[in-house]
Design a protein around this ligand. Structure first.
Ligand code: PLP
Length: 398
């Protein structure tokens, strides 16, 4: 048994953790007293005046939940089953009725990713995960935390603003049967560079031919071109491959970031195999979080189950997408060197800046972005766009 002193020393001996640089950046931006500071490092949608409001439709659903919920008894590992059912047509489209696809509620997209990789590790600990770089900084830690090996390939040329599509295809083509192809469903984070329809078709074909397991991370459905358009890549994959995993998040599309609302969908070649796979999924989720938090998913359930609220959600989602794309067009129009930003999707794009240039933007202009040059196009209010663009163009001019 450990004594008090050995216990204290064991914890005190822990190695230091390299802190998440994005969190440090947010703290730095918050501490900056300059009133005109611009925080484009943050990863949430902001409206024209710079707020991340609660959707009107969400307030109504929460009120209804408050008025009608009669118990907070346990729901079970699957969480809110109706929530997952209501997401099916939105995410899966024509595949919604495919009984070989099963889903469950998870704590956000992160929970879905972790659970999906847990399932893969349980099925095949030797599977390697093909991961394009750059990618969302939490992908690699989640994959490593379950003990799977990562094989990186270059996805995006930040300075040339193009996808390294040949390298991507080559890496997928050279993978071993059973390896995992991790794909961003839409609104690639951090680059904004999405595959076009022809590229999706090629990737889908190579994945099916090589017998890879596609794992689609779709956290921004509705922020790109529209709900159906943004799920087209995933749906094409579902049509071509018998085994598919999708990690979905409602946190952005319903603006419920801190409520942790997401889902995991698993497709196998038969209903029986899916049932078996889901039993493993439930077991893994039981070990990790027992059951997902209810509140946010219960509110999303209310919205999606009510035609009027659902229509209102579409309107508010459309408004978020319209703002993202109109800010993109404004930045793109300012200088030909920024034109690519108008052709990309979602909240993030990258500027071809060195770390020193990023620091200079922070110190001279109170503009906060990630060291990688990633910035949130809707991190700033409308009245800050001109000042942001001027500082960016000045930096590009050198
Ligand atoms: N996947 C990507 C690409 C993301 O950008 C994010 C969030 O930033 C997530 C997954 C996780 O989303 P959630 O906040 O729902 O866990």
């Amino acid at each position: 048994m450990l004594t008090e002193t050995t216990r204290a020393r064991a914890l005190a001996d822990l190695p230091p953790v390299i802190s998440d640089s994005l969190l440090a950046l947010i703290a730095m931006a918050n501490a900056d007293p300059r009133p005109d500071k611009i925080d484009v490092g943050v990863g949430v949608f902001r409206d024209a005046v710079g707020n991340t409001p609660i959707l009107k439709v969400m307030k109504q659903a929460e009120q209804r939940l408050f008025d009608t919920q009669v118990t907070k008894a346990y729901l079970g590992s699957a969480g809110d089953k109706r929530f997952a059912e209501l997401l099916r047509p939105i995410l899966l489209g024509p595949h919604a009725g495919d009984e070989r696809i099963a889903g469950l509620q998870t704590p956000g997209g992160c929970g879905a990713l972790r659970l999906g990789f847990e399932l893969i590790r349980t099925a095949n600990p030797n599977a390697r995960v093909l991961m394009g770089t750059p990618t969302w900084p939490n992908h690699a830690p989640i994959i490593r935390s379950v003990g799977l090996e990562i094989v990186e390939y270059p996805y995006y040329d930040r300075d040339g603003h193009v996808i390294h599509f040949d390298a991507m295809l080559q890496s997928l083509g050279a993978a071993r049967e059973g390896d995992v192809a991790l794909l961003h469903g839409v609104c690639h984070n951090p680059t904004g560079a999405d595959l076009d329809a022809a590229q999706w078709a090629e990737v889908t074909r190579v994945i099916a031919e090589r017998g890879l397991l596609p794992f689609v991370d779709i956290a921004y459905q509705g922020f790109g071109r529209g709900l159906d358009e943004d799920a087209a890549g995933l749906r094409g994959i579902l049509a071509a491959s018998d085994e598919v995993i999708a990690a979905q998040s409602c946190d952005k599309s319903f603006s419920v970031y801190r409520d942790r609302v997401g889902s995991l969908f698993v497709k196998t070649g038969s209903v029986e195999a899916t049932t078996k796979a889901m039993a493993h999924v439930f077991q893994r989720s039981r070990e990790m979080w027992s059951m997902p938090p209810d509140h946010g998913a219960a509110a999303v359930h209310i919205i999606l189950d009510d035609p009027k609220l659902k229509a209102d959600w579409h309107i508010e989602l459309d408004a978020m997408r319209t703002r993202i794309n109109s800010v993109r067009q404004r930045i793109a129009a300012a200088d030909p060197r920024l034109a690519y930003i108008g052709q990309q999707f979602g909240m993030f794009s990258m500027l071809p800046f060195s770390k020193d240039q990023v620091i200079a933007l922070r110190e001279r202009h109170a503009i906060y972005m990630a060291d990688s040059g990633r910035f949130n196009v809707v991190g700033m209010a409308d009245h800050s766009i001109d000042r942001f663009v001027e500082a960016v163009v000045e930096t590009l001019d050198g």
